[in-house]
Design a protein around this ligand. Sequence first.
Ligand code: SAJ
Length: 432
Amino acid sequence: MTCENNEDGGINVGYKKVCIMGLGYIGLPTAAVLAKQGHDVIGVDVRSHVVETINRGEIHIHEPGLGELVNEVVKAGKLKASLQPEEADIFFICVPTPINEDKSPDLSYVRTASQAIRPYVRKGCLIILESTSPPKTTADVVVSHAVNEEWQVGEDIFVSHCPERVLPGKILREVVENDRIIGGVTPRCTDLTAAFYEGFVTGAVYRTTAITAEMTKLVENAYRDVNIAFANELSMLAAGFGADAHEVIKLANRHPRVDILTPGPGVGGHCISVDPWFLVHASPKDTPLIHCARMVNDSKPEFVVDQVLAYASQLDYPKVGCLGLTYKADVDDLRESPSYCIVRALIEADVAEVVACDPYVKPAEVPGVTLVGLSEATHDCDIVVLLTDHEIFRNLPVAMLLGKKVVDTRGIWRDQMAGAAAPIDRYAARAA
Ligand code: SAJ
């Protein structure tokens, strides 16, 4: 079965054989959802432990609900993982698109995945790039590496970009409920791809061109990065005045047309801290604001390190407990995590004994970091640094922190602390 027209001129969107390249945070949930819908799915990954784990009906990442769903579809024989692609009707490319040291895009995974499917792509197939990519990647990289050059795109073969937009922690819901932007290399590619997504997505499906879809996704993440940068800049500004930035923001947000985001230890994850660079790299002279936001957010971890070191300098080799290592709450993802970066910098400074607590992280994932339980990271420490606002830390009774120096980078304890019986030294004054 292929994606060519059916006999009455409509688009045949019945059950398909689907091949998904990359079984990470996007590929695996997409594979599981499509398998549950009834499609026969083969998921491909270059990591043999990932393939083995999935074929046992287990998962290698933490995402609510995903383990149960993968177990069900693997047992039902609808999802199989493999190191090699197979012939299919629809190919998804869901591989990483990181940046190089110089902040230029690294499209090697997209290139390799496109080359890998080429021998298995038949006439009539649909190829969908979901990885967040710089403008022109779908037409220039995917088409040139995955498609036989004698075929006409839009007639013999169909290629589109449909950027993933899911939020880690809510992926299974958002992969189905989010609106989708479909940008085909030709209008026919767009229509075929949209018809397929309309079969499993409950959100609206918007049709456009590949370049517009690529740019739209990058703009979404750059928009969020710029807004978080504003909050982070305010947090550094307020500290200089000895004011509580979280309180300033909370009060400013009482204005009907102000809605400032929450400052934190910096911006991490594989998306927002990376994707804006694709726009900056593509057109440096047109992106001063986007570039500046990246610099502001990237400077925040160093600011937090300085806050902690200011406290440490007042004590004799104190013990510092760092709460949270992952890039954001209740996920297990350490990629580009400012929390992890801050902990490593504190260890390197060597002016305190540094321990960390994170229920989502295993010791082997953070070499050189001493992982301890919550009690040791709070009760037994002189300085407590809240880095990632996991639920377990949100629910911590602040009475446990009485008498400690506390750096609460996310402001999660401020309301509780305001009502605490004894004062807690919350912020190292920047000016001091
Ligand atoms: N953060 C703050 N303050 C805030 C919000 C976030 O400091 O008010 C920090 C987080 O702690 C984290 C970083 O920003 O370190 C990014 O977290 P996030 O929750 O904003 O976003 P991601 O990276 O998990 O997911 C984003 C989402 N994009 C947008 O919201 C525009 C998601 O929808 C995308 O699918 C995802 O990027 C992606 O894969 O591109």
